[in-house]
Design a protein around this ligand. Structure first.
Ligand SMILES: [Zn+2]
Ligand SMILES: [Zn+2]
Ligand SMILES: [Zn+2]
Ligand SMILES: [Zn+2]
Length: 564
């Protein structure tokens, strides 16, 4: 009996050993597998990035294609993979290398200069034609079959069935389709290059071949504006236009990008700025720099695709306060073609600090929208300070609006701008103005203020001459407090209209006050603020349908049209 019992401890130990071994296995094996997988993945990623870097295509990764997609090499249905944001090729990871070698991307400039200027054939790519496209030959719907089928020309965007594709179509010259008046043809750049080599600068001869209607469009998009919407827009514009005319201003600053205008015929270029009012200001500064360089005749007209929220400048010019993809990018281009030229006043705001010991140069700003001192500047300042502290919180449009509203109401309680009229002196065109008991003064160049409110007209119950942005006049109004500000925004009150003037001088005698120029706020001690006319910018005004979702401002816009 004893003999039988003896081995028990060993058995137990043996069993324990097993247990430990199995436990180790069950823990270590998944760890090992995960590690191995991630190693493989990072190796694959490196390999792919290498292809992306060397490629002539503009490859981008995606985890999910937005429409049924088939690989252009193996023709299989794919959910994820890569696409080229210039020519639109789509491919799965395994076929990427083959696709890169086999297919040519959009040639931004023709290589062989033996070819005549106007003899570029279509560049067809097969499969993944846009939904609801129509065949140029039989006029029936294209690309509706669940397989890699049908063709699209990457320049003119025409689509054709596999069955309808004929040799004549393969050799036909491409007319660049609907947007031919906006596209810079690759052959044009080739000829320009040749002319520059021959030291000739008379580009007008070339342009005459493209017709008087030709107003090439340069896209300047801020990929950081509007919760990174700019990034996707860049790709969509590269597909529809020549990639050479599409710039990301965070990579190529506007001053550099605008030099493309000097290769185009005089007074023909147009620019579409995709970004907030701040980006528009940045581009207009670059345009002013062209004037200084003596490139006045190459200056483009500027249209806006507003990103983010509350863009008052863009709203004043008829482009809405913020674009969130409501209309397709092709429609945006159509709107730009329809838009009319208009002038925009730009102003110099000079802030000279008071005091003998202050030897710093006066601060200088260029103002497009408005200058203000008082509650609305304070609101912007608080908002600004918090955004700097926790930027991730401020990436959503709706949250931004909510936070802004919260600061608005909070400031009703904190009356930091009390008795402004006792702290400042205001001069309009050199004449001193008596002020009532105010808390804030707003100086406007454009019609809209505070994210879509027409300030000068107020409730619209009194007939005042409309605020214009091209008359060389500033509108100066006062507000009694932040509650009054809020009332004006919902059209329950009128601002206190102080007057219109060509120059405005404001002297802050004591204490710190919040100030802002075009939404850029700061806290300012005693100083003199002088606002004088600086220059005109050439803009494009869109009078068609509003892209704005704000109903009240849409009706406002209509009011203006009626009175004009
Ligand atoms: Zn494939
Ligand atoms: Zn490509
Ligand atoms: Zn074509
Ligand atoms: Zn057809």
């Amino acid at each position: 009996m004893e003999g039988e019992k003896r081995p028990a401890p060993y058995e137990g130990l043996f069993a324990d050993g097993h247990l430990i071994l199995w436990t180790l296995c069950s823990v270590l094996l998944p760890v090992f597998i995960t590690f191995w997988c991630s190693l493989q993945r990072s190796r694959r990623q490196l390999h792919r990035r290498d292809i992306f870097r060397k490629s002539k295509h503009g490859w981008r990764d995606t985890d999910l294609f937005s429409q049924p997609t088939y690989c252009c090499v193996c023709t299989q249905h794919i959910l994820l993979g890569a696409f080229c944001d210039c020519c639109g090729l789509r491919v799965d990871e395994g076929c990427l290398k083959k696709a890169d070698k086999r297919f040519q991307c959009k040639e931004i400039m023709l290589k062989s200069d033996g070819r005549a200027l106007d003899a570029m054939p279509h560049h067809w790519i097969r499969g993944n034609v846009p939904l609801c496209s129509c065949c140029v030959v039989c006029k029936q719907q294209c690309g509706s079959q669940p397989k890699l089928c049908d063709y699209r020309c990457i320049w003119c965007q025409k689509t054709v069935h596999d069955e309808c594709m004929k040799n004549s179509l393969k050799n036909e010259k491409c007319d660049f389709g609907e947007f031919k008046n906006l596209i810079i043809p690759p052959s044009y750049l080739t000829s320009i290059n040749q002319m520059r080599k021959d030291k000739k600068t008379d580009y007008a001869v070339l342009a005459s071949k493209l017709g008087k209607q030709w107003t090439p469009l340069i896209i300047l998009a801020n990929s950081r504006s509007g919760t990174n919407m700019g990034e996707g827009l860049l790709g969509e514009f590269r597909i529809l236009l020549n990639p050479v005319q599409v710039f990301d201003v965070t990579k190529t600053p506007p001053v550099k990008a605008l030099q493309l205008c000097t290769l185009l015929p005089c007074h023909s270029a147009r620019v579409l700025v995709c970004g907030g009012d701040g980006t528009v200001g940045w581009v207009l500064d670059a345009v002013d720099e062209m004037k200084i360089k003596g490139q006045e005749k190459y200056i483009p007209q500027v249209a806006v695709l507003p990103l983010g929220t509350g863009n008052d400048l863009s709203n004043t010019l008829g482009w809405g306060t913020g674009y969130a993809g409501e209309i397709p990018v092709a429609q945006v281009l159509r709107n730009v073609m329809e838009a009319d030229g208009i002038k925009l006043d730009r102003w110099k705001v000079q802030v000279t600090n008071k005091g003998y010991y202050n030897l710093r140069k006066p601060k200088e700003f260029t103002m497009n929208n408005y200058f203000s001192v008082g509650p609305d500047a304070l609101m912007a300042l608080n908002f600004h300070a918090h955004r700097e502290k926790a930027p991730s919180l401020f990436s959503s449009r709706i949250l931004n609006k909510a936070v802004y509203l919260f600061y608005g109401t909070k400031d009703c309680l904190v009356q930091e701008c009390k008795d402004l009229n006792k702290k400042v002196e205001l001069e309009l065109d050199g004449e001193r103005v008596e002020l009532p008991n105010l808390e804030g003064i707003i100086v406007l160049n454009i019609g809209y203020w505070g994210g879509g409110c027409r300030l000068w007209e107020g409730m619209g119950d009194e007939t005042y001459p409309l605020a214009r942005h091209d008359d060389g006049l500033l509108e100066v109004v006062g507000v009694y407090g932040s509650f009054h500000c809020a009332q004006i925004q919902v059209k329950l009150a009128n601002p206190f209209r102080i007057g219109q003037a060509h120059t405005v001088r404001l002297i802050l005698k004591c204490s710190m006050m919040p100030m802002q120029v075009d939404g850029e706020p700061w806290a300012q001690g005693p100083c003199t603020v002088t606002i004088t006319h600086k220059t005109h910018a050439l803009m494009l005004y869109f009078s068609g349908e509003q892209t704005d979702d704000d109903i009240s401002s849409t009706s406002d816009q209509e009011d203006i049209k009626e009175t004009e």
